[in-house]
Design a protein around this ligand. Structure first.
Ligand SMILES: [Zn+2]
Ligand SMILES: [Zn+2]
Length: 128
């Protein structure tokens, strides 16, 4: 009565990278949308705000509607796989490619200074 109700489904191809390991990923998403486009002549002063979609002559402008629907359907943190282990904090290798990846006795950089301190303290004793 007061406008045209538009309902639709959009399919989009998604290209991005894994939020944990930066591996390129591509996916497809489906976004549904529904919006009432109000006839301009039914416009009243209190719905002057931009919240209301209006018909432009006999046409509807789907672009803002589509953009919002697709953005909402996008994953917040896209992952190459649900349990992606991410990257090695030591060397940056992708852990999914090398699950048994390890480093021999890595020295935590926060303790590296203490190693030098211990050596300094031992030196005077050795000369006495
Ligand atoms: Zn990943
Ligand atoms: Zn590593």
């Amino acid at each position: 009565m007061e406008g045209v109700l538009v309902t639709g489904t959009a399919h989009a191809v998604l290209d991005g990278e894994c939020a944990r390991c930066l591996e390129p990923i591509s996916d497809e998403i489906e976004a549904r949308f529904q919006e009432l486009f109000v006839y301009v002549e039914h416009q009243t002063s209190h719905d002057e705000d931009d919240e209301v979609s209006r018909l432009e002559g006999d046409l509807v402008d789907l672009e803002p509607l589509l953009r919002d629907a697709v953005v909402l359907a996008l994953p917040f943190q896209p992952l190459c796989e649900d349990d992606c282990p991410g990257l090695c904090t030591e060397c940056g290798a992708r852990l999914a490619d090398d699950p048994d990846h390890s480093h021999e006795a890595p020295i935590d950089p926060r303790w590296a200074g203490l190693t030098a301190l211990t050596q300094d303290q031992q030196d005077p004793e050795a000369t006495e």
